[in-house]
Ligand binder design. Structure first.
Ligand SMILES: CC(C)(COP(=O)(O)OP(=O)(O)OC[C@H]1O[C@@H](n2cnc3c(N)ncnc32)[C@H](O)[C@@H]1OP(=O)(O)O)[C@@H](O)C(=O)NCCC(=O)NCCS
Length: 180
């Protein structure tokens, strides 16, 4: 599996030493504000196993993000194929989750730019999407900084959330390879 370097980040394969810091992130209500719930350590570990399985199956996935200056694991940035069905699936999604201590420094955008370039030029994916609940303005801002574009007609209700759930309404952003 490839790893990628940006000015400040190493995007790499997951290591067993990533489990504890990932579990701490996933137990942080700030990080999980726009997910249904914080995760237990077992749920956090299961997320890593699912990510590993995705890499094994597709050759790409959500890379572990390490801060080059310290060598510390700080979260993930990468690509995944959503397992639910919607009017825009099948598709390849770009996603990100970083520990709150590392927000607001442009790190998600920096890593995601490298992932987009890799997805378009090496994997030859014609279009990459991103989606989040409508209130997640930080994540939406990252999508916009990457040059992704929202068509409000693509907004959707996430099928795994029940009717009336406050996070159910999602926005969809797209970027096509030719718009690099
Ligand atoms: C979303 C996330 C990855 C962003 O990481 P980051 O490294 O802080 O992102 P960046 O610094 O590249 O960009 C964040 C942008 O959001 C802006 N922002 C921060 N808080 C904001 C808010 N409350 N409202 C609107 N914009 C906001 C920042 O100012 C910045 O934009 P700017 O460069 O124009 O100033 C990070 O907040 C995170 O991990 N959140 C929790 C997990 C999550 O929600 N993941 C996405 C699920 S789809």
């Amino acid at each position: 599996m490839v790893s990628m370097e940006t000015a400040r980040l190493l995007l790499r394969h997951w290591r067993s030493s990533d489990h504890p810091p990932f579990a701490r992130m996933n137990a942080d209500p700030r990080v999980m504000e726009f997910y249904p719930a914080v995760l237990t350590p077992a749920e956090s570990d299961a997320t890593i196993y699912r990510i590993d399985a995705h890499f094994a199956r597709h050759g790409f996935g959500l890379w572990a993000a390490e801060l080059r200056s310290t060598g510390h694991f700080i979260g993930y940035i990468g690509l995944s194929i959503p397992s639910f069905q919607a009017n825009f699936t099948p598709c390849v999604e770009i996603g990100w989750r970083l520990g709150a201590d590392h927000w607001g420094q442009g790190l998600a955008t920096e890593g995601a730019q490298a992932v987009l370039n890799y997805g378009f030029t090496q994997l030859e994916i014609p279009e990459i999407v991103s989606f989040t609940t409508a209130a997640n303005l930080r994540s939406i801002r990252v999508m916009e900084k990457l040059g992704m574009v929202r068509n409000p007609a693509d907004d959707f209700d996430h099928p795994s959330l029940p009717e009336g759930h406050p996070l159910r309404r999602h926005v969809l952003y797209r970027k096509a390879a030719f718009s690099l």
